[in-house]
Design a protein around this ligand. Structure first.
Ligand code: SF4
Ligand code: SF4
Length: 311
């Protein structure tokens, strides 16, 4: 499927106190993928996925190997909302294209927020992947669940569409799929997986799933790959490493040295998405330059029947 984003390149390996060589980390991502596949997570059905991830946890405990604890760092010092390239936010566009997300869903949405002294900052907001997730705690049928790697998924085969989880999410990062959108012909044979949510299933809840299928192949999420400024780091708290495709950082030091924060920390949800404060100053953005380009759903241009489809 053409996502409009390039694959991870073996780009510059930065030096510096919180920066480490990149090749080894990506290799270890691939090795992790091979290990998980061996215990069954590659099975497409969501129930098998659930059993597979449990088996992964058990297998890891038995063999003494480490499970990944996936995390994301969004460096707001580099986010200019894609104003410099005069495009809609590429992170959002790439996520939509990679998952054929139905309109008007933006699994990662870029908010423009006022700064205390005037001007604005942009805040890309995916699912926060909480470790104490209110959505999981309220789901009456267990359709929303956490994997041992700390990713919150929705099993749309089990979801009954009650939308209680949407009420419970304090970040407003869950979306209800009201229809059955057409999908491009080349994606017609895609097998449903809770890790990818394609094809979209009518009457169920959908959201950012942190792209564990890409991580298994040693690649970063679509949003991270597409960002022209390298704002979005993806990595593993267990290994204490993350990369934005240009450099690898030692996660703990990177977070502490840059006074990282998490959204609505006071709620005790324990998110796995961290932010480094800023307003795009590292890429030359003035805080007084306002406005984002309107998001498009580019896959609709190639899906037959899209022009007549409404949710
Ligand atoms: S995170 Fe990157 S891709 Fe997303 S809006 Fe900011 S600069 Fe653009
Ligand atoms: S991690 Fe994956 S699903 Fe989540 S916003 Fe990024 S591309 Fe979309």
């Amino acid at each position: 499927m053409d996502t409009g984003v390039g694959p991870d390149g073996e780009a510059a390996e930065a030096t510096g106190e919180s920066r480490v060589p990149r090749r080894g980390f990506l290799r270890s991502l691939v090795a992790w993928g091979a290990g998980i596949a061996a215990v069954g997570v590659g099975v497409p059905e969501a129930n098998a996925l659930r059993q597979g991830t449990r088996a992964a946890g058990t297998a890891a405990a038995a063999t003494g190997t480490r499970l990944r604890r996936w995390a994301m760092v969004i460096d707001l010092r580099r986010c200019d909302g894609c104003q410099a390239i005069d495009e809609p936010p590429r992170c959002t566009q790439a996520c939509i294209q990679g998952h054929l997300a139905p309109e008007p869903m933006q699994w990662i949405e870029v908010y423009e927020a006022p700064l205390p002294g005037g001007g604005t900052q942009f805040i890309p907001s995916p699912c926060m992947q909480c470790q104490n997730p209110p959505c999981v705690n309220v789901c009456p049928v267990g359709a929303t669940f956490s994997t041992p790697e700390g990713i919150v998924l929705v099993d749309q085969m089990r979801c009954i569409g009650c939308r209680i989880c949407m009420e419970a999410c304090p970040y407003d990062r869950r979306f209800f799929n009201w229809g059955s959108p057409p999908i491009p012909r080349e994606a017609a044979l895609t097998e449903y997986s809770a890790e990818h949510e394609v094809p979209a299933i009518r009457g169920t809840v959908m959201k950012c799933e942190f792209c564990p299928d890409l991580a298994r192949g040693g690649r970063r999420p679509y949003c991270s790959q597409a960002c022209p400024n390298g704002c979005i780091y993806y990595g593993d708290l267990e290994e204490d490493l993350a990369t934005n495709g240009r450099e690898v950082v030692r996660l703990s030091r990177f977070l502490s040295k840059n006074t990282a924060f998490r959204l609505k920390e006071e709620l005790g949800t324990d998110p796995r998405v961290f932010y480094i404060p800023g307003y795009g100053q590292d890429v030359g953005r003035s805080p007084y330059r306002r406005g984002l380009k309107r998001i498009l759903w580019p896959w609709r241009r190639v899906a037959a029947g899209s022009e007549r489809w409404g949710r």
